[in-house]
Design a protein around this ligand. Structure first.
Ligand SMILES: C[S@@+](CC[C@H](N)C(=O)[O-])C[C@H]1O[C@@H](n2cnc3c(N)ncnc32)[C@H](O)[C@@H]1O
Length: 247
């Protein structure tokens, strides 16, 4: 547990910096973005939030908690929900919130400070969202479905809108093109109308995923239309576009 309210303690960042080589974040993060961040990343309207939503990967984001508490219908899916108790997940969420914040502090050139005022604000927001996720997972475990791309445990077209934040493209350093292709097709299988993916660039990169146009061409052959849409959110430098996929 960090000592201060708004930043991980120095010890946590020292541990993170030995575990995380400069070239990357290390083990894939389980991050905890808020509904406010999702609204901005995906250009979500109030009408969108009344649709049946799948958040995949859900990670420790609070979208599902916040949408359902507002009367909506959202489900989260992530492999991390398999075999971990609510307590274990809550601890992992805190550890990874510290780790992500340490990374942000160590790489200020990779971020813009419009979404968050500064690293303390980033930490505060992610801690609040992570705590909200943990409480909701405890109270409503059925909303958090274990599952992994490219093979999700849902039938066809069960959701109106699928949101996919910070897995595809973000972790292109370890997820190959075949995974991206199969992953998008699988997310499209479970949506009745639309899939939105954000961002379009890898962590630490400033240019979009290099195989994006090849992917779009192959998706078109599978009758999936794609559009790149600019959004009013840029935390990672250059990360202000989403991919909207539809049938
Ligand atoms: C950086 S987090 C993003 C979480 C959330 N969408 C957010 O933006 O805060 C990446 C998540 O992808 C999940 N993940 C890893 N492999 C996956 C797979 N094959 N299918 C679905 N999710 C996966 C991880 O468990 C992790 O929670």
């Amino acid at each position: 547990m960090p000592h201060g309210d708004f930043s991980p303690d120095n010890r946590a960042c020292a541990v993170a910096s030995t575990a995380v080589p400069d070239s990357g974040i290390g083990r894939m993060l389980v991050s905890s973005r808020s509904l406010a961040e999702y609204r901005a990343m995906f250009g979500l309207t109030d009408g969108d939030l009344r649709r049946r939503i799948l958040d995949c990967p859900g990670g420790a984001a609070s979208l599902t908690a916040e949408v359902n508490s507002g009367g909506g219908d959202a489900t989260a899916c992530d492999p991390v929900y398999a075999g971990s108790t609510a307590e274990e997940l809550a601890i992992l969420t805190q550890v990874d919130t510290d780790r992500a914040n340490c990374y942000v502090r160590a790489h200020p050139e990779q971020y813009r400070w419009d979404v968050f005022a500064d690293p303390d604000d980033h930490y505060r927001s992610r801690r609040i969202a992570g705590a909200r996720f943990a409480a909701d997972r405890r109270a409503h475990p059925g909303r958090y479905v274990p599952g992994a791309l490219p093979d999700l445990p849902f039938g066809e077209s069960g959701f109106d809108l699928v949101l996919s934040s910070h897995l595809l493209f973000t972790f292109a350093d370890r997820l190959d093109y075949a995974f991206h292709h199969a992953g998008v097709l699988e997310l499209m299988r479970v949506t009745r109308t639309e899939l939105r993916i954000f961002p379009l660039l890898a962590m630490g990169a400033t240019a979009p995923y290099p195989h994006l146009e090849q992917l779009r061409t192959e998706l078109a052959k599978a009758k999936v239309t794609t559009r790149i849409v600019e959004v009013d959110y840029e935390f990672q430098v250059g990360g202000n576009q989403m991919l909207v996929c539809a049938r």
